[in-house]
Design a protein around this ligand. Structure first.
Ligand code: ZN
Length: 250
């Protein structure tokens, strides 16, 4: 497996960085540990752009993900995903956009069972949810959207090029993608073992982005990339008037 590993963001040669047990989960930061599975999961690191990924898991198909990660036990390693997180994200979006939201079409990409979009519709948003693990529709059946949100999605994605191409297909001209994923800068380093809680295979965290790797993805797809924090970011081409209170020209 060690030969011919290529970075799926920038195409450079990568080397294996570390190996962790498959049952390493994000709940370990709260002191909850699953029994070891005995299944080793390797992470590779690109020395050029800092993207870190699991070379094995990114080759899985949807069925394998459903069987091994997004199964009945998933709720134990991500207890907030069903309601708490989408409800709080919906409330944040309502606060951020206020009345500006009523002129835009919104898609929550990777929205699970659709709680976030449902909550927004109750506040008169024109909002739908799409999740490749839940919905049978294809990307080109969905239409175009002014605002695409992707909360805690990027780190779960096996094919980052496909993700970017999907976002490009779905985003209207001058649309904005708002997304959350924790940057790995300062957390994952060459020649150092992985101790970062977020690098957790049991949660499906298989694609870990450095700032540089997101800059490269943005640049290659004609987007400007910026961050509001270590965990909340945007892609856009031109700043639309409904977002000019949060995104400033550089
Ligand atoms: Zn790279």
């Amino acid at each position: 497996m060690t030969h011919n590993l290529l970075c799926t963001v920038c195409g450079e040669k990568c080397s294996l960085l570390d190996v962790v047990d498959f049952n390493k989960s994000c709940e370990e930061i709260r002191g909850k540990f699953l029994d070891l599975s005995g299944i080793p999961i390797y992470y590779a690191l690109c020395n050029k752009c800092g993207f870190c990924f699991s070379p094995e898991i990114i080759t899985w198909d949807l069925e394998e993900f459903k069987e091994k990660i997004y199964n009945d036990q998933y709720v134990f390693v991500d207890p907030d995903y069903i309601e708490t997180r989408p409800e709080s994200n919906a409330a944040s979006l309502i606060t951020i956009f206020g009345d500006r939201a009523h002129s835009i079409k919104h898609l929550d990409y990777g929205g699970g069972s659709g709680v976030l979009a449902n909550n927004l519709r109750k506040s008169n948003w024109n909002s739908i949810s799409y999740d490749p693990f839940v919905d049978k529709k294809t990307i080109d059946q969905l239409g175009k959207f002014d605002l695409i949100t992707a909360f805690e999605v990027f780190e779960h994605v096996p094919d980052v090029q496909e993700l970017m191409s999907n976002l490009c297909t779905l985003l209207s001209t001058n649309g904005v993608v708002l997304f959350s994923t924790l940057l790995s800068d300062g957390q994952i380093n060459p020649n150092q073992r992985i101790v970062w809680w977020y690098a957790s295979p049991r949660n499906g965290h298989i694609s870990l982005f450095s700032r540089k790797s997101l800059e490269i993805l943005a640049h290659n797809h004609g987007f400007y990339f910026g961050s509001f924090s270590q965990g909340f970011h945007f892609f856009c081409t031109k700043i639309p008037s409904w977002a000019d209170h949060i995104i400033k020209p550089v």
